[in-house]
Write a protein that binds this ligand. Sequence first.
Ligand code: GUN
Length: 297
Amino acid sequence: MSDLIDGEAVAADLRAELQSAVDTLADADHRPTLATVLMSPDPASETYVSMKQNDCEELGINARDIEIGVDEPAEELFETIAELNDEDDVDGILVQSPVADHVDYREVLERIDPEKDVDGFHPANVGRLVAGYPRYKPCTPHGIQKLLEAEGIDTEGKDAVVVGRSRIVGKPMANLFIQKAPGGNATTTVCHSRTDDLAEKTRQADILVAATGVPEFIDGSMLSEGVVVIDVGINRVDADNEKGYELVGDVDFESASEKASAITPVPGGVGPMTRAMLLYNTVKAASRHSGVDVALP
Ligand code: GUN
């Protein structure tokens, strides 16, 4: 049987370390502030944003909660972003995706001040990451690096296979794995919907990151013995229970855990780490903004 990688526990340790950084900033009269902006047609987005807000409040980070109706013009969102860019009290800005269908998310990202872009999605921050001197690392792949580090899983020289090429996970994950830096130095393969013979590629993995958004897409037959499996997916599938659904990952947990040396559960694996790394980036943004040095975990 494989070891279960406990993302809740690792995230709790990170939050405890971030707490001292928040306290240091607050003592210097600079309590960090994150503004979240929600203009989403997806009902799950509201839950995700309110979890992010709660995480901030628990640590003493100010959380500014802005909601814009999905039928409002794009200009409304753009003006909000411009105001938040100019506001000295705001350290970080996060516009939850997806945004309303008539709004171009790319334009949204380009309008956020890169210094306040705690998602790390602005092209200037993506460019810095690819060039090897990141400012804000995107939260999910950064959280995965921290999770591997906490589990004592070295990436150096390993075959890392990333399944999925999204802006939020796949692309930045691959870029972090190839960096000449701790948590990097992996030989990295990126697979996607046009990959031929996917199973042949995934069986090469020492570390497999599944980020397809397709429920239980990767199963044990596609894995080699001893692989470390990181499951990024959170998919609602119909279930015969009170809620009418259950959460499953992008990996078929049962068959994968027969092959894996270690595996993340869903929920309780990557999700809590993503949230912790948003706090990390917010604290980092506040430190950069205020000029007050803090120790980051
Ligand atoms: N939607 C799903 N994940 C994310 C994320 O990490 N950041 C933003 N802004 N939107 C998301």
